[in-house]
Design a protein around this ligand. Structure first.
Ligand SMILES: CC(C)(COP(=O)(O)OP(=O)(O)OC[C@H]1O[C@@H](n2cnc3c(N)ncnc32)[C@H](O)[C@@H]1OP(=O)(O)O)[C@@H](O)C(=O)NCCC(=O)NCCS
Length: 201
């Protein structure tokens, strides 16, 4: 399935828009990835089999579209003022008795520190726990990742605990703190409304 304009969720807060990826994102995606290699390396998923093979945008897009069509993942491009600046994935979507998913994210270092990711996560949590009918969304963060920890702190997501050696990141199994949003602990007016009330746009 190829994502077209107007298809899939379009989540907006002011100048921040989250939407499915399109073929036309190829040039911007390549430029942003190239400009952020060193910035992302400490936080990117690897496997014990060695460094992952470099992925082309075409391969990535086909994989993302297949995952979205199967209902397993919602891979979202983050735009600010119409420019691609990062990716947020609502992944591992499981229905049945679990009704949960995780969120993973990264943003271009050139726009870091402007509160873009807290808004992107808040928009996604509201969508996942609202329209999508999920019960629980987890965010896993290495304890040493202070900027990412600030994102979940600003959204008041409770820390559920530490999972030792939870994910293979930057060449080794790394401990992760697990932060959780669920329908019971969600703020009455939603995560975005509370974030904007406390921090502004
Ligand atoms: C984590 C990340 C997504 C935060 O996104 P963001 O849009 O910059 O989020 P915020 O604007 O709320 O900033 C969060 C914290 O980053 C730090 N920060 C601010 N400006 C920064 C900059 N220019 N460079 C690096 N860190 C900065 C601050 O500690 C800030 O917290 P504060 O607002 O209390 O001072 C981003 O830093 C990133 O993509 N990092 C690399 C990939 C990564 O860590 N992904 C998450 C894996 S769990």
């Amino acid at each position: 399935m190829i994502a077209r304009r107007g298809v899939g969720p379009e989540l907006r807060s002011g100048d921040v828009l989250l939407r499915l990826f399109r073929r036309s994102d190829a040039v911007a995606w390549r430029e942003v990835r190239a400009a952020n290699r060193d910035w992302l390396r400490p936080w990117e998923g690897t496997t014990p089999d060695g460094p992952p093979a470099p992925v082309t945008f075409g391969t990535l897009l086909r994989g993302m579209n297949a995952e979205y069509a199967a209902g397993r993942s919602v891979p979202l491009a983050i735009e600010v003022d119409g420019s691609y600046v990062g990716t947020l994935t609502l992944g591992n979507i499981i229905r049945g008795s679990y009704r949960g998913a995780y969120i993973g994210y990264w943003i271009d270092h050139r726009v870091a520190g402007r509160g873009i990711m807290p808004r992107a996560v808040a928009l996604t949590l509201d969508h996942a726990l609202g329209e999508m009918g999920l019960h629980r969304v987890e965010i896993s963060i290495r304890p040493e990742n202070l900027p990412s920890t600030r994102v979940v702190e600003k959204l008041h997501l409770p820390l559920e605990g530490l999972r030792p050696r939870y994910l293979h990141i930057d060449g080794a199994w790394r401990d992760h703190n697990i932060y959780v949003a669920d329908t019971e602990s969600a703020p009455a007016g939603g995560y975005l409304a509370r974030y904007l009330h406390e921090h502004g746009a």
